[in-house]
Design a binder for this molecule. Structure first.
Ligand SMILES: [Zn+2]
Length: 665
């Protein structure tokens, strides 16, 4: 499985496989020689099946087949071209031998991240070679998972790898040679090479086997190697304690000359510029290491929904925030729910329909809502049962396909609870409850006060355990009340007089935030259904930079409409200040007015609660500098930039739903 690495705004069509494909045993024994200077590739492959079968080979149209035999006999074959791939249909056989050769595409390091994720040509150059698994760089058997060995040969100053165990490597006669084996059914093989410096460290897993940790880094970032190896070692130790022994014999961090990010079994492939970002080691790297348990170690049953991104996000990205403290964890949940609030409701979908990240909405459901499901589940059954369930799930499904219902079974066995309602409502339904306090009344009662709280949640009802905070003169009392209908009243007996009730102040439930709870963020305009671009200036260079910015930022390109649901207003500082005054909107926020920098961006609510995003720059060049970085900051409410560098950012505060109890104030 090749997936976009975490933490990067990514678009990819990852491949997925049906569970039935696991049954077929296919093996590749590949030898490949690559000359990055001339982009020449020569390969041979012996494909074996455990029983005779007919097969269709997929090979890129850029290669010539030099020989092809089926059970050692030459055969007549015809290649049908579909989307740049030759489809070669062969009769039933136990063994296929193929030799092929041709020229790879030249490496284009000017591609941006979006391009590299959708660009699936095998490419090579002195600075790097990347042969993606779906690119047809070797004769892939259509619809089959395969075990493999790959022996690669490169010029002596290059190093390369594929996912799997490094069996041998040496430099002789002006060539670097290395052989890798992957013994588990794999969906495809990706190959990477470059002018790498290798740093290596050997560690032992919890069950005593050896793991080889490596960095394959370009010389200009070679000094980052030991820090990355420290982090990988730390993550392996962490997840061995939480789940079980690391299931592979290697983990490598590999640098790419293009600004890309991919995760595969036993390695992650990240752009040089990405590896230089300090937060990658602290977040995305741990996420990628954890995928060797969830995703590469236990395979999701894609046809019935991909649980691996949510569980990995919960145990990596979210867990790191939780370790920083409750405020950081709350901020992470607020970010998920704010993103969800920004998502148009017609883009919502049931979580069990999520297979892979393709756009903003799939990220919000497949990663964020899914991670929140695990958070709510831990609240429901307690940490001890939760942790115990995951360890058992790992033991039972290691290198097997598992579905959401297999996960549910593990949590039910560990907790002794029937979780069918819980999983059904969060997995099979699009949407979320719209929780509101409809009424709250208090009266003196024996020994204290009796508080009646009526909650509304919209239809259809979810079965919820809703956290409430009751404010009193002596401080806050936290309680949970059960709600299984569209509207329900709960009675709480309290020792002191209640003054006010706050709904779910820690955001422990997946729900639609009320408008006051959801601070407007950039994502609101990025995902808006009918955004409009306003450029209150006649300057042509500002107009052009504004259109480019809108093209990068907005998912929907149609930006000139009268019935706009959100406004993107772009201009020079003076134009923006004048526009705000004309529209009767609040002036530039103090937080930003006091910040220097070449550009400022902030969100506000205009007439009728409509989202307005203001982009205010010093000059057209400063505006142009925002086009690339700005789409990465969807979770922010305000930013200041110096060139392309964000120098200040944050979200406007959230206002929880508070019901003041009549007659008590
Ligand atoms: Zn992931």
């Amino acid at each position: 499985m090749i997936r976009p690495a975490a933490g990067l705004a990514a678009l990819i069509c990852a491949l997925s496989w049906p569970a039935s494909a696991l049954a077929a045993a296919t093996t590749h024994a590949i030898q490949v020689r690559i000359e990055p200077d001339t982009q020449q590739l020569e390969g041979s492959d012996r494909i074996s099946f455990d029983a005779p079968r007919a097969a269709t080979l997929l090979l890129s149209a850029r290669f010539r087949i030099d020989s092809l035999t089926v059970d050692a006999r030459s055969v007549e074959f015809q290649a049908r071209l579909v989307d740049g791939l030759q489809h070669i249909k062969l009769p039933a056989a136990r063994r296929i031998d193929v030799r092929w050769s041709g020229k790879l595409a030249p490496l284009d390091s000017s591609l941006d991240h979006r391009d590299t994720l959708t660009y699936d040509e095998p490419a090579s150059g002195r600075e790097g070679t990347f042969l993606p698994s779906g690119s047809g760089w070797y004769p892939q058997v259509e619809g089959a998972l395969a075990r493999y060995s790959v022996a690669l040969a490169l010029p002596a100053d290059q190093r390369g790898l594929v996912p799997g165990r490094l069996v041998e490597e040496h430099v002789a006669q002006g060539r670097y040679r290395a052989r890798f084996e992957f013994r588990h059914p794999a969906e495809g093989i990706a190959l990477m090479a470059g002018p790498y410096r290798i740093e290596e460290r050997r560690v032992r897993t919890a069950d005593g086997s050896e793991v080889r940790l490596r960095t394959y880094f370009h010389p200009e970032i070679a000094d980052l190697a030991s820090g990355y190896l420290d982090s990988v070692e730390g993550y392996i130790n962490l997840y061995e304690r939480e789940i079980g022994p690391y299931p592979f014999s290697e983990f490598s961090v590999v640098s790419s000359p293009t600004p890309t990010g991919f995760g595969m079994p036993t390695l992650t492939y990240l752009g040089i510029a990405v590896l230089r970002l300090p937060f990658i080691r602290a977040t995305s790297l741990g996420h990628e290491v954890l995928h060797d348990w969830w995703g590469n170690g236990v395979y999701p049953d894609y046809a019935r929904g991909n649980w691996s991104e949510g569980l990995t996000t919960f145990m990596a990205d979210y867990a790191y925030r939780e370790r920083k403290g409750p405020q950081a964890a709350l901020a992470a949940r607020l970010a998920w729910l704010s993103d969800y609030a920004a998502m148009p409701r017609d883009q919502d979908m049931p979580l069990d329909h999520f297979t892979e990240r393709t756009h903003g909405a799939t990220q919000i459901i497949g990663y964020d809502k899914s991670a929140m499901l695990f958070f709510m589940l831990r609240d429901e059954i307690g940490k001890a049962a939760f942790d115990w369930a995951l360890r058992n799930f790992w033991r039972s499904y290691r290198f097997r396909v598992a579905s959401w219902s297999d996960l549910r079974g593990a949590f039910e066995r560990a907790s002794g609870k029937d979780l069918s309602t819980f999983f059904a409502q969060w997995l099979q339904r699009a949407g979320a409850p719209d929780l509101r306090i409809a009424d709250a009344k208090a009266e003196p009662a024996a020994g204290g006060w009796r508080l009646s709280v009526t909650l509304d949640q919209g239809a259809p009802a979810y079965t919820l355990s809703v956290p409430l905070a009751v404010r009193t003169a002596d401080g806050e009392i936290t309680r949970r009340v059960e709600l299984a209908r569209e509207r329900g009243t709960s009675v709480l007996d309290l020792p002191v007089k209640p003054l006010a009730v706050v709904l779910d102040p820690e955001l422990r439930l997946w729900r639609h935030l009320a408008p006051s709870e959801a601070p407007p963020i950039l994502r609101d305009i990025m995902l808006a259904e009918r955004p409009a671009l306003i450029v209150p200036t006649a300057d042509a260079s500002v107009q052009a930079a504004a259109r480019e910015l809108a093209a990068q930022l907005l998912e929907r390109a149609d930006t000139a409409r009268a019935d706009a649901s959100a406004l993107l207003v772009v201009g020079m500082h003076a134009d923006i200040d004048a526009w705000l005054a004309r529209e009767g909107m609040p002036a530039r926020p103090e937080k930003l007015a006091a910040t220097r920098g070449s550009a400022q961006v902030w969100t506000a609510r205009g007439r009728g609660g409509r989202i307005v995003v203001l982009v205010s720059a010093h000059d057209a060049q400063s505006l142009a500098a925002l086009a690339r970085p700005l789409p990465h900051y969807g979770r922010e409410s305000y930013l200041a930039f110096e060139g392309a560098q964000a120098i200040a950012r944050g979200t406007w505060p959230t206002q929880p739903q508070v019901w003041t109890i009549a007659g008590t104030k």
